[in-house]
Ligand binder design. Sequence first.
Ligand SMILES: [Zn+2]
Length: 222
Amino acid sequence: MSQSSDLESKLTALQQAATLKERAKTKKAFSRLLNYEADLMSGADHPVLIAVQTFADVAADFYRVPRIKVFYANNELGVQWNGLTRAAFDNWIGFDPDMLQKAAAKYGTHFAENVIAHEIGHHVVDRLGFAGIPRIANEAIADYLAGIFAGSKGLDPNGFAQFLAEQPPDGKDYPHGPERHALYLAGYRTAAEYTFQNFQAVIDDPRFNLRLALCQVVERYC
Ligand SMILES: [Zn+2]
């Protein structure tokens, strides 16, 4: 069996086993947030969120996913560092504009775009059929996809890469900082090298086997 088909069958098994369980867990975790819909919407006219929505539209267009609406959310609603998303269930992403602005001041002007690309990466993970994979693998792929977006759009990768490298070991939901840094830059270099116009071009490019690349990421964390 080739390395590729071996990984494919492992992935299929993982998807079948994990999807229902993972979805039930995620649904429970987000049920609290559903009650805050009104609060989320009330912050949507914040200037930072308007800018974030513009980036989100560009990223959604790049990935050819439906428009993803940006909402205000804070720590109480579940934002710990940058953004949160419930990709499997809806087309929205929550951000705390003040937190994002502060981080952008520290990590550079393209930091926010990269955070958005990471969050939208979770939506793309679902649409690629990886919805049921463990959270840590989902995060790894989102970092990689953020790199693909940043490389294709010619964004400055340094601030976000630094942010990722500085993340302390989490040991559960996220790969270690240096690994996240490496995944993001791997996506960035690939996209910059092949100059993709949109994500479909990444998928279609015969020089680059995206699915195999993603399967390898998943395998590392499962
Ligand atoms: Zn994430």
